[in-house]
Design a protein around this ligand. Sequence first.
Ligand code: 13P
Ligand code: SF4
Length: 377
Amino acid sequence: MAKMETAELETDLSLFKYDNLEQLPPRYRDLEKSERTERIEAALSELGDDVVILGHNYQRREIVEHADFVGDSYQLSKEAAEADAEYVIFGGVTFMAESADIITDDDQTVILPSMEASCPMAGMAEALQVDAAWAEITDAAPDEEIIPITYMNSYADLKAFCASQGGLVCTSSNAHRAFEYAFEKGDKVLFLPDKHLGENTAYRLGMEDAIAKWDPWDPEGKDADEVAESDIILWDGYCQVHERFRVEHIDDIRTEHPDANVVVHPECRREVVEAADVVGSTATICETVENADPGEQWAIGTEIHLTNHLQRWHPEVEVLPLCGDACMDCNAMRQIDPNYLTWVLEELVEGRERNVIEVAPEEKELAEVALDRMLEI
Ligand code: 13P
Ligand code: SF4
């Protein structure tokens, strides 16, 4: 069973952004759960205040149980900014650890236990590709100021690009505020990479008629006239974990559980968000269940680990996965496993830093501007 928990090891290392990727030494692959827990606790007590562990809501139970703070990506970026520890161990994905490295002081080190934890959606808008598209998009509306906004789920170089063009970062909990900020400064918004969060935000602001889509991979999917006429341009990225949810799933839940309420993440398709009772970031989803009365039923439209955590954390509420067994886990988040956590902690005890995320200085400064603009809105 321990073997199953460690993610695929024979990976093509060239696929990863950081070339200091180190995979798990064989001696850590078959640890028994009880031994591993003991070793993690021993390493943590040795390291004391030198280490803080941040865990995203989608992390496995064994990671969340060791985390000093569990939350959504906005909360985790704030925690990283406030952390005093020398080492921030990030239970999350690469773009989150990059943001932590940007926000923390220079003498703090951010470690992503497995650097294979790369969000596929973040990879759908590479800075070089966006730079090329930017020329076409700005040419289509030469007299108007376009403000780029990137979702937190993007790499540091894209965040830096957005800052250089007067734009900023947002998370799923403040996308509407980022749009408002952008429309105070400029005429149009280019939103990357998640078209669903962008569309859901446009609806929230009553701007659903102002949307143009930009599909960088499809020559037919880039219409300069549409861009010229529309105030919101949406890059064609998406999260496959959230695209899986359909209105039929909500209909089925309501047929089987007539009293059930539905809460979904704004990375879901527009029609799913429209049919749900509540929409919000993973923190909002947690609060919704936390504030539910005993006996209430809530169907959850997000990554399955969080649904499982909510069932455990709130046994008084009936928590249902929105599409049953078809609900997905996030393959990127799953890469952070407890064997990796044991390894990076024990290496720190020995004075060795493994799998450090260090954003290039030229990207760091600008990306920080984009993140600071978000923290200020
Ligand atoms: P939150 O910002 O809601 O934590 O979501 C991050 C994420 O990756 C959702 O897929
Ligand atoms: Fe990326 Fe989707 Fe995983 Fe979130 S759930 S980290 S958007 S792949």
